[in-house]
Write a protein of this length. Structure first.
Length: 504
């Protein structure tokens, strides 16, 4: 009847290689409230975490998110808001936590960089770094003086050549001329080893275009980097020089290891590290693909398995920004369209990795088209026929369960590559085919009961199969579908129930 049977015999190979899945999102700055851009990354991570939980079991998946709370950017935002840095951090961090809960996301842990467990790990990491030697046998950390242009928005020094009319091209602000004594990390000594590891595929950066971007950047040569700030008070003290605080990017990157017990819980740390996937936006590519692996190499920790860099999206063609005034509250969107629709839309509409545009009118279109009139309507029609048909006998219950639980290899491959939109398209091809069959069969006309039951059984089988594949994208609809098609013993009961996606 459909492609389902073809997959029964296929064995999943990709998943067997991995024994666990540790996935992270960036930890978000607490200078401002979360917006749809932050939700994008965290929703994508949630889809993957849910998917791999269904493959490996809950105890084999660790999904980490959190907030990045130190540094000059937060200090300044707090001053502007007339609050202490701690009070602002508490408030915004809570807003993130609340948002993830409202959106139905399922992180296993939420780390704040102001937590003692993180501060302890950062301190230990820095002490280890102080002892480290670079691949060229030099000390990884040294003291020096730095003069440069600091952009607080980026929390990074910019080169003169990167400015546009003296302003930071992203933040449109004038960077501050800073001349100070700092501790430096000898990043330049890691250029060759990073190039080798990336080229050989030992350290995977995806998509390939981003990998090439990093390789090109490395070819231009790396400069050593200041990793402490004498004039920023809101930070973790440098353990070997208490007059300085640790550069916020070094502090922040360490969250990926501190959250899984670095320097504090060896068993937990060995279970999860290295991360299987750091999910990030393209804005923070260099920090993750150059600075982070170099720091890890210096302290002799394994590198993350893979970094996936997604694109940026605009809102109705414009940059999402407070100044433009186009920031949409994701909580509001989720109340209007539901969590499933929001996650489905974000991952269906923009090919993951590419830039895109978000607009509420497109969200509405996809909601009505693919969800309400598409999947929702298809399920509703079968459920309506099923409710009138009474209990349906399942002749071969073992095969029935095999069919509905089969996960096609191609689908796993697509999700393993983070090709969300293609994974959904894969399911859609099947839905279209079954939808057409349903039209052609005209089951609502009077007919033979045995034939009707047989056809309905096939339809239910297909719906439960597709529902399993859609589960990590549409977790709320998944439960609703399961409640409509229930199996007890060898009997299938179907009820119409509530629509999956009420028309808006
Ligand atoms: N605190 C740092 C990250 C430290 S990770 C060790 C930071 N925080 S942030 O709050 O600015 O978050 C940036 C991330 O938010 C991006 O990398 C991306 O994941 C997400 N996005 C923010 N705006 C976005 C869009 N407009 N589009 C897509 N993703 C966006 O950088």
């Amino acid at each position: 009847m459909c492609g389902v049977h073809i997959f029964v015999a296929l064995r999943i190979q990709i998943s067997n290689k991995m024994e666990k899945f540790y996935i992270t999102t960036p930890i978000y700055y607490v200078n401002d409230r979360p917006h749809i851009g932050h939700a994008y990354t965290t929703i994508a991570a949630d889809v993957l975490a849910r998917f791999w939980r269904t493959r490996f079991g809950d105890e084999k998946v660790w999904f980490l998110t959190g907030t990045d709370e130190h540094g000059a950017k937060i200090e300044q935002a707090a001053r502007k808001a007339g609050k202490s840095s701690q009070a602002l951090a508490d408030e915004i961090s809570e807003a993130y936590r609340f948002l993830w809960k409202e959106l139905g996301l399922t992180p296993n842990d939420f780390i704040r960089t102001t937590e003692p467990r993180h501060e302890r790990a950062v301190t230990a990491f820095l002490l280890r770094l102080k002892e480290a030697k670079t691949p060229r046998g030099r000390e990884a950390i040294f003291e020096g003086e730095y003069k440069g242009l600091y952009c607080t928005g980026h929390e990074a020094f910019l080169k003169e050549s990167e400015l546009e009319k003296g302003l930071c091209p992203d933040h449109k602000t004038k960077p501050e001329l800073v001349k100070e004594k700092n501790w430096f990390f000898r990043l330049s000594d890691y250029e060759k080893v990073l190039r080798e590891k990336i080229s050989r595929g030992e350290f995977v950066i995806k998509p390939v275009s981003r990998k090439n971007e990093v390789l090109k950047f490395l070819e231009q040569g790396l400069e050593d980097i200041a990793i402490s700030r004498p004039n920023v008070k809101w930070g973790i003290p440098v353990p070997f020089d208490l007059s300085q605080t640790i550069y916020v990017w070094v502090d922040a990157l360490i969250n990926y290891v501190s959250a899984v017990g670095y320097s504090q819980n060896r068993v937990q740390f060995e279970k999860w590290w290295p991360a299987d996937l750091h999910l990030i936006g393209k804005d923070i590519l260099k920090f993750h693909c150059v600075l982070w692996p170099a720091l890890l190499l210096a302290v002799e920790l394994p590198l993350p398995q893979k970094i996936f860099v997604h694109g940026y999206f605009t809102l109705d063609g414009q940059k999402i920004s407070k100044t433009i005034g186009n920031v949409i509250d994701p909580v509001e969107l989720s109340h209007r369209y539901g969590n499933d629709a929001l996650r489905y839309f974000l991952l269906r509409e923009i090919p993951f990795g590419e830039d895109g545009d978000f607009s509420e009118s497109k969200l509405k279109q996809v909601y009505n088209g693919e969800l309400a009139n598409g999947w929702g309507n298809f399920v509703a029609r079968v459920a309506a026929l099923g409710e009138n048909a009474g209990k349906i006998k399942i002749p071969d219950i073992v095969t029935f369960h095999q069919i509905i639980n089969e996960v096609p290899e191609e689908f796993v491959r697509l999700l393993d590559n983070l090709e969300f939109s293609n994974a959904l398209e894969f399911v859609w091809q099947e839905i279209h085919q079954h939808d057409k069959e349903l039209q052609d069969e005209a089951l609502w006309k009077e007919g033979d009961k045995t034939v009707l039951h047989e056809r309905l059984l096939h339809k239910a089988e297909f719906i439960l199969w597709a529902n399993n594949l859609l589960q990590s994208f549409l977790p709320e609809a998944y439960e609703k579908v399961k409640a409509k098609f229930t199996v007890r013993g060898n009997k299938l009961s179907i009820i119409k129930g509530e629509p999956l996606f009420p028309r808006i």
